[in-house]
Design a protein around this ligand. Sequence first.
Ligand code: GRF
Length: 195
Amino acid sequence: MSKIKIGVLISGSGSNLQSIIDNIENGKLDCKISYVIADRECYGLERAKKHNISAVLVDKKEYGKNLSDRINVILEEDKNKKPDYIILAGYLSILSESFINNWNRKIINIHPSLLPKFGGKGMYGMNVHRAVIEAKEKESGATVHFVDNGIDTGEIIMNVKVPVLEDDTPETLQKRILEKEHILMIEGIKKLLKI
Ligand code: GRF
């Protein structure tokens, strides 16, 4: 039987992408990445290329409102490579409603907080960890969830909790959470793919 295919959308360093690549290569995750697509120049694209994965830049500055449509065309144009599922691994643009409807319950995202807390507009990257520390939360973490038409509002698949320490800065908290994200990402994909 042919392997389940995933498309991975990224915007940044791609450390979650790297976790997916590593787990596929060491046999712990049984699927194939057919595309890595980035909405901006980023290190994640280099990681994909190093592993001979189709790495495509669809620059949001160039495509603007048509960004999701362009990505959809790429994902669908070659029937042999069309992904079964889409993984948002640090992807920062908002996908259009038609894109999300087209891939209904086939897109998951990883978010660096315990959703529904610290999600929504503007809650990405270091903003999340800064808000968690300012709110004096005792714990934070990461969440894998289905993507719906809201921002970080889709059904939660699983999460991982991480303590917030007295002397944490946004940077130290981010680092501790990111290590756990790399594991959660894989567990979330396995659940999505039912493998
Ligand atoms: C992660 O914290 C992820 O939760 C968030 O963006 C960050 C991406 O990191 N959505 P990387 O690009 O996978 O290293």
